[in-house]
Design a protein around this ligand. Structure first.
Ligand code: XUL
Ligand code: CO
Length: 436
C-alpha cells in the first residue's frame, strides 16, 4: 500500500528527557493518572477537515500546501486516497479517534442520491479501516454551510426548501455516523444566524432551528443511534451573529425547546474566546449545568479577532481545562478533538505531526498538573474556606430557604456589618505557577 507520510514511522513516548521532536515527552497513553490511563482521560481525536483537507488557503491567498494523496484527477479516487492517508496518519500518531463532516470524506455529486452513493462507498472503506486499525469515530457531523444553497442558513433559512435539504443531509450524516459506530454527533450552526436584522425574522428562525433538532432527535430514535448529540456554540463567524452564541445561550435555547435531555455541548476553545469568555469559563458553565459533552481543542490569538484555530500549546489553558473537565467527572462519550490547522507557512507533512504531538503533550501535562491540583486539594481548600459561612447557621438557613427578607433584615439589625476578607487571587496565582 502507498505510504503517504514516509517521513514518520511511529510516534512513541520517550519521556521528558527526549530531544526527539517526533516523540511524546509527556503523553504516555498507558500511564495511569487518578486511576485511569492517559489515553482514556484525554480521548484524542484528529479532525478530518483541517488535518487532511486543509491546504493553507485563506481569504487573501490560494493553497500553499501540497499533499501527495490529493493529486488524482478523479474526485472519488482522491477521496479514497485521502482516507487511506488519514488512517495512516491517525495510526502513526497513535490517537484513538477521528471526526469528520460528510463532505470532508466524500465529494458532493450533482444530486443528493448520487452524493449519498458516494458517501456509502467511502463509509464502507472507512469501516474496513476502522476494523483494521482499531480507530474509532468520536463524532460525525454534516457540512450544511459551505454550499451556496446554505448561504442564508440551513435550519434557519427563510426558504423551507433549504430546510428540507439540510434535514436530508443531516439524516444521512446521522446514519453514516451510526454505521461507523460514532460515539456522538455534532451540530455546529454553520450559518445559523444573521448578517442583518433588516431582513430577518429572528423568532421564526429560532423556532425552525429547534424544529430541525427535534426531527434529528426523532431520527436518532428511529435508527437506534445510541451516540450523544452535541451542540457546538460559536458567537460569530461566518455570520455576524450566530444563534448558538455561547454555552449559556445554548443552554437557554435547549431548555426553552425541551431539548436539554437530548443534547450536551461541544466546547471549542477559540469559540469561547470569540464570545469574550475563557475556554475554562465555558467548560465550568457546562459542568455546573450538567451539559459538558466534548471539546474542540484549539486556541485563538490574543491580537486577532477571528477563529484562528491554532494548535493548543498554552499550559495554563490546558491545565485549567483539564482541571475543570476532571472536576466535572471527565469525558464519557466526548474527547479532545483537535479542531485546529497548521499555519499557512507550515507546508510540510512533518508539520502536521509536530502540531499534534505538541498539543497532545500540552494536554498530557495539563492532565498531570490538574490531577496534582485535585489530589492536593490546592484550589478546593481555598474555595471551601471562602464559602465557609454557608456551612454555618446563617448560610444553612438561607440555603434551605428558611430565611425570608424580614428574617434577613433582623439578622443585620442584630449583627451589623459583615467582616471583609481578602479573595487572595495573587496568592492563588502564585501557587498555581508552582504546579505549572
Ligand atoms: C467551525 C467549527 C466546525 C465544527 C464542526 O468554527 O468549529 O468545524 O467543529 O462543524
Ligand atoms: Co469546532
Amino acid at each position: 500500500m502507498t505510504e503517504y507520510f514516509p517521513e514518520v514511522k511511529q510516534v512513541k513516548y520517550e519521556g521528558p528527557d527526549s530531544k526527539n521532536p517526533l516523540a511524546f515527552k509527556h503523553y504516555n497513553p498507558a500511564e495511569k493518572v487518578m486511576g485511569k490511563t492517559m489515553a482514556d482521560h484525554l480521548r484524542f481525536a484528529v479532525c478530518y477537515w483541517h488535518t487532511m483537507k486543509g491546504l493553507g488557503s485563506d481569504q487573501f491567498g490560494m493553497d500553499t500546501i501540497v499533499r501527495s494523496y490529493n493529486k488524482a484527477a478523479d474526485p472519488m479516487q482522491r477521496a479514497e486516497q485521502t482516507l487511506q492517508a488519514a488512517f495512516e496518519f491517525f495510526t502513526k500518531l497513535g490517537v484513538q479517534f477521528w471526526c469528520f463532516h460528510d463532505r470532508d470524506i466524500a465529494p458532493e455529486a450533482d444530486n443528493l442520491a448520487e452524493t449519498n452513493k458516494r458517501l456509502d462507498k467511502i463509509v464502507a472503506l472507512a469501516k474496513k479501516m476502522q476494523d483494521q486499525t482499531g480507530l474509532k469515530l468520536l463524532w460525525g457531523t454534516t457540512n450544511a454551510f459551505s454550499h451556496p444553497r446554505f448561504m442564508a442558513g440551513a435550519g434557519t433559512n427563510p426558504d423551507p426548501h433549504v430546510f428540507a435539504y439540510a434535514a436530508s443531509q443531516i439524516k444521512k450524516a446521522m446514519e453514516i455516523t451510526h454505521e461507523l459506530g460514532g460515539a456522538g454527533y455534532v451540530f455546529w450552526g454553520g450559518r445559523e444566524g444573521y448578517d442583518t436584522l433588516l431582513n430577518t425574522d429572528l423568532k421564526r428562525e429560532l423556532d425552525h432551528m429547534a424544529l430541525l433538532l427535534q426531527r434529528a432527535v426523532d431520527h436518532k430514535k428511529k435508527i437506534g443511534f445510541g451516540g450523544q448529540l452535541y451542540i457546538e456554540p460559536k458567537p460569530k463567524e461566518p455570520t455576524k451573529h450566530q444563534y448558538d452564541f455561547d454555552a449559556g445561550n445554548c443552554f437557554a435555547f435547549l431548555q426553552k425547546y425541551n431539548l436539554v435531555e437530548h443534547f450536551k455541548l461541544n466546547i471549542e476553545a477559540n469559540h469561547a474566546t470569540l464570545a469574550a469568555h475563557t475556554f475554562q469559563h465555558e467548560l465550568a458553565f457546562c459542568v455546573a449545568n450538567g451539559i459538558l459533552g466534548s471539546v474542540d481543542a484549539n486556541r485563538g490569538d490574543l491580537l486577532l479577532g477571528w477563529d484562528t484555530d491554532q494548535f493548543p500549546t498554552d499550559l495554563y489553558d490546558t491545565s485549567m481545562a483539564m482541571y475543570t473537565i476532571l472536576k466535572g467527572g471527565g469525558f464519557t462519550t466526548g474527547g479532545l478533538n483537535f479542531d485546529a490547522h497548521v499555519r499557512r507557512q507550515s507546508i510540510d507533512n512533518v508539520d502536521l505531526f509536530y502540531a499534534h504531538i505538541g498539543s497532545m503533550d500540552a494536554f498530557a501535562r495539563g492532565l498531570k498538573i490538574a490531577a496534582r491540583l485535585i489530589e492536593e486539594k490546592v484550589l478546593d481548600k481555598a474555595v471551601q474556606e471562602r464559602y465557609a459561612g454557608w456551612d454555618q447557621p446563617l448560610g444553612r438557613d438561607i440555603e434551605s430557604g428558611k430565611m425570608d427578607f424580614a428574617g434577613l433584615e433582623q439578622y443585620i439589625l442584630e449583627n451589623g456589618e459583615p467582616l471583609l476578607r481578602s479573595g487572595r487571587q495573587e496568592l492563588l496565582e502564585n501557587i498555581l505557577n508552582e504546579y505549572i
